[in-house]
Write a protein that binds this ligand. Structure first.
Ligand code: ADP
Ligand code: MG
Length: 504
């Protein structure tokens, strides 16, 4: 264990308020906590109360330069370690994370407003799982032997790209960071992460925790705002790969900047994922599936949220009623309370945006918006960013609520009459991230699975991203895959061809 000059506790702590304070005001660069070179910080706020829980270092171009320099230095040695040795260290990271899952769950609940029991603990466990999965893949960084000519041995080898710049959003920041950092490291790269301004603390703690295992400088993290800290990271000449999760709008800016330097870019952008329910489905399982698919426990703040639900007409009314009843039974409240199912929206800006969509839906002629669940009564939460889940019916497919990503607890339900028309409606979207089909007729389900424009289609389930399964969208939902062996090999290495002429 390190001789720790750190202000944070070495042992896991279940006091997220104290941990947030201890982490305050730092980046983590070259194996050390450091303040922003400008000395500037910005507030980190608990969205359940509106209170400041800590400060984040406000990074800019100078901090980016310092972090990239450390990463560049560390990467060269890291890449020289045998691949399975790097994997073994990443696997050890998973063990450290497992010791800290409860701590991380509490901290992420505090800074994002995601309920501890239903969301934050799940995320903390998945993070450890992702490190464990990629840790086992060091030996899979394989090339090929290529037939060329007698007496010429031609092989390809996979080499790391160098320094990876990773930019992440706030909705599942620990998980989305793990999907980038773990495979990038196993492949022999060093990483500089720019965290989301709304959720910089739990990811910072992870970076610090993993410094007990990893060589200094292979994993660095900066906090700061997009244009001031994210943009210079993307543009830095020594950053040889960019991986981004966030909005379509910023994804395009990032892709352009990476294009200027001719470096590869992976983009995980938005979604407007359809859920298609046939009358022959297992009704109760599918209603429960609609709640989890819509990620109501995450206030709908998920790229794969089933924000368009198409239900075959004979069961439409019954389905909407059953779903509303179930959402009504969900408890909104303090994210850190074990009883809470649904926490808060992340920020005042997102809160206002979601509210605008809801008002627009309510004002639409012929549409009905049913508000579900009760607002929390606790006076301590009166400034909390709580929004009642809304289920809309009677909207047309071209409504803004149906076409744009709301990133809030709002879903739109439509009746349909046949598979062809529902397929056309489902594919009538700028996005193509995920989709699900619910039916006991696998012939129909599989036919739709093949014809839906999405990177991930599930039948009779709708799980979130899983280690070992490629995840990534088509159309405006992004470029490239994450979470799998393919993701590591295709997106964090390049293939070099080596030819050996051994003719006498
Ligand atoms: P949202 O607004 O929903 O948080 P964004 O796409 O704006 O989604 O943010 C995702 C991440 O991208 C955040 O870490 C943010 O700071 C970062 N970001 C925003 N603008 C830029 C930019 N111009 N260049 C690089 N990163 C950016
Ligand atoms: Mg933004």
């Amino acid at each position: 264990m390190l001789d720790r000059p750190h202000p944070t506790p070495a042992a896991p702590t279940n006091d997220p308020f104290a941990l947030a304070k201890a982490l305050s005001g730092h980046h983590f660069i070259g194996g050390r906590f450091v303040p922003a070179l400008s000395g500037k910080t910005f507030a980190v706020v608990n969205p359940a109360t509106g209170e400041e829980i800590g400060r984040a270092a406000e990074g800019d171009t100078a901090d980016v330069a310092a972090a990239v320099a450390e990463a560049d230095r560390a990467q060269k040695e890291w890449a020289r370690l045998p691949a399975r040795k790097r994997g073994a260290l990443v696997y050890q990271c998973a063990q450290v994370l497992k010791e800290h899952t409860e701590e991380l769950a509490r901290l992420i609940a505090l800074e994002t407003g995601k309920a501890l029991r239903t969301e934050s603990r799940v995320e903390a466990n998945v993070v450890a799982d992702i490190f464990e999965f990629f840790g086992g893949l060091g030996g899979e960084l394989k090339g090929e032997s290529v037939p060329f000519a007698p007496n010429v041995l031609s092989v390809t080898v996979r080499e790391p790209l160098g320094v990876v710049g990773a930019i992440i959003p706030w909705n599942v920041p620990m998980l989305l960071m793990a999907l980038k950092v773990a495979p990038a490291l196993v492949a022999g790269n060093a990483v500089v992460v720019k965290s989301a301004e709304e959720a910089p603390l739990a990811v910072l703690r992870i970076c610090e925790l993993l410094s007990r295992v990893l060589p200094a400088g292979v994993f660095n993290i900066l906090s700061g705002f997009g244009p001031e800290c994210g943009a210079p990271l993307v543009e830095h000449p020594k950053v040889r790969k960019v991986t981004f999760t966030g909005s379509v709008e910023v994804g395009k800016i990032v892709a352009k900047a990476a294009g200027e330097k001719l470096v590869p870019v992976t983009l995980e952008l938005g979604g407007k994922s359809p859920m298609i329910v046939f009358a022959d489905c297992d009704f109760d399982k599918t209603v429960a599936g609609a709640l989890t698919s819509m990620r109501f426990t995450r206030q709908g703040q998920s790229c794969t949220a089933a924000s368009r639900i198409y239900v075959e007409r004979p069961i439409f009314d019954r389905f909407v009623a059953a779903m509303a009843e179930k959402v009504d039974a969900m408890v909104m409240g303090d994210p850190l309370d074990e009883k809470t199912d649904i926490g808060t929206i992340i920020s005042p800006g997102q809160f206002a945006k979601v509210k605008t969509f809801i008002e627009e839906g309510k004002a639409t002629k012929g549409a009905t918006g049913r508000a579900c669940s009760a607002m929390p009564k606790d006076p301590a939460l009166k400034k909390g960013l709580f929004i009642q889940p809304h289920i809309f019916t009677g909207l047309s497919n071209d409504s803004r609520l149906v076409q744009e990503e709301i990133f809030g607890p709002v879903t739109c339900i439509f009746p349909f009459d046949d598979a062809e028309s529902v397929l056309a409606a489902a594919n009538d979207s700028e996005y193509g991230l995920a989709a699900s089909v619910w039916t006991n007729n696998l012939r129909v389900g599989l036919d739709l699975a093949h014809r839906l424009e999405a990177g991930l289609v599930q039948i009779n389930q709708n799980l979130v991203v899983q280690a070992n399964l490629s995840y990534g969208g088509v159309k405006s939902s992004g470029l490239g895959k994450e979470a799998s062996l393919e993701a590591m090999n295709e997106h964090f290495t390049h293939k070099k061809t080596i030819m050996v002429n051994y003719a006498g």
